[in-house]
Design a protein around this ligand. Structure first.
Ligand SMILES: C[S@@+](CC[C@H](N)C(=O)[O-])C[C@H]1O[C@@H](n2cnc3c(N)ncnc32)[C@H](O)[C@@H]1O
Length: 236
C-alpha cells in the first residue's frame, strides 16, 4: 500500500448511492450534519464555501438558512447532483490537490469541510489555501472520522499516519488517511488556524427512535466523528 490516496474521484461511481445513504442515514443526518451546522452558527447572508460538498445535502440546508453557497467536489457526478438539488448554488468540479485559483484572498466568510479530510494527500497545502480565502473573522468547520474508531478498526499504532483501504457495508471501496488527533491539530496550527472548539458529536436525541442500538453505542463510544471549528490566527 503506497501512502497516497491520489486524485481519482473514488466517490463518482457511487455518488447516487451516497446521496440515498446520507440523506436520512444515521451517521450523516443524526450525528455529523447536526454537529457541523451547529459549529457553523448563523450563516444568513454569509458566503459559505462547501469544500467536498458531495451531493449537496449540506448545501441545501445552508441555502435554506440564507447562505450564499459556493461548492466544490472532485466528483463530476456529485456536482451534477448538487446543481439539481440546489439550483442557486455555485458549484464546480475541483480537486483539492489544486489551489483554489478561482477564489480571491479573503473572499469567503465560512468554509465547511465535512468528512473529506481523510482523502486529501497534501492537507497542509489545502489548509493554507483555506486560510488564504477566508476573511478575517471567518471560520473553518471540518469533520473527520474519529481517530479512535479508525484505530479500533485497523489496529497497529494509533499514532501512525498511513493510508488504508476499506470496503464499507454498502460495498464501496475507499482509500483514506488514518491520522491521530494530534496530527489534525498540528496541520491546522501549521496552516495558521486556532482551534476554537472541538466536538465529539453524539447522536441527536431523536436518533434513539431511528436505530436504538446504534444510538446507545454512539452515545458512549468514540467511534463516530470529530468536528472542529477553527479560526484564522490573527497576524498570520
Ligand atoms: C464522505 S463524502 C462527504 C460529502 C459531504 N461533505 C457530506 O458530508 O455530505 C466525501 C466527499 O469528498 C469528495 N472528495 C474526496 N476527495 C476529494 C478531493 N481530493 N478533492 C475534492 N473533493 C474530494 C468526494 O468526492 C465526496 O463527495
Amino acid at each position: 500500500m503506497t501512502d497516497n490516496v491520489g486524485t481519482d474521484p473514488q466517490y463518482d461511481g457511487f455518488a447516487d448511492e451516497f446521496l440515498d445513504h446520507a440523506r436520512d442515514g444515521f451517521y450523516n443526518a443524526y450525528v455529523d450534519r447536526p454537529a457541523c451546522l451547529d459549529l457553523l452558527g448563523d450563516v444568513d447572508g454569509r458566503t459559505v464555501l462547501d469544500a467536498a460538498c458531495g451531493p449537496g445535502l449540506y448545501a441545501e440546508e445552508l441555502v435554506a438558512r440564507g447562505a450564499r453557497l459556493l461548492g466544490l467536489d472532485q466528483s463530476p457526478r456529485m456536482i451534477e447532483l448538487c446543481h439539481r438539488r440546489v439550483p442557486s448554488g455555485d458549484f464546480r468540479v475541483h480537486e483539492l490537490a489544486e489551489p483554489l485559483h478561482w477564489l480571491p484572498d479573503a473572499s469567503v466568510d465560512l468554509i465547511l469541510f465535512a468528512l473529506a479530510m481523510e482523502y486529501v494527500d497534501d492537507r497542509p497545502a489545502m489548509l493554507r489555501e483555506f486560510r488564504r480565502v477566508l476573511r478575517p473573522g471567518g471560520a473553518l468547520v471540518l469533520s473527520r472520522l474519529h481517530p479512535t474508531g479508525d484505530w479500533l478498526r485497523h489496529g497497529g499504532s494509533y499514532f501512525d499516519v498511513r493510508v488504508v483501504e476499506e470496503v464499507w457495508s454498502q460495498g464501496w471501496r475507499v482509500r483514506y488517511w488514518l491520522a491521530p488527533l494530534e496530527r489534525t491539530c498540528d496541520e491546522l496550527a501549521d496552516a495558521g488556524f486556532l482551534i476554537e472548539r472541538l466536538r465529539e458529536p453524539r447522536p441527536r436525541p431523536d436518533a434513539a427512535a431511528v436505530d436504538p442500538r446504534r444510538y446507545e453505542r454512539l452515545s458512549r463510544e468514540p467511534t463516530g466523528f470529530l468536528a472542529i471549528r477553527a479560526v484564522p490566527r490573527p497576524g498570520d
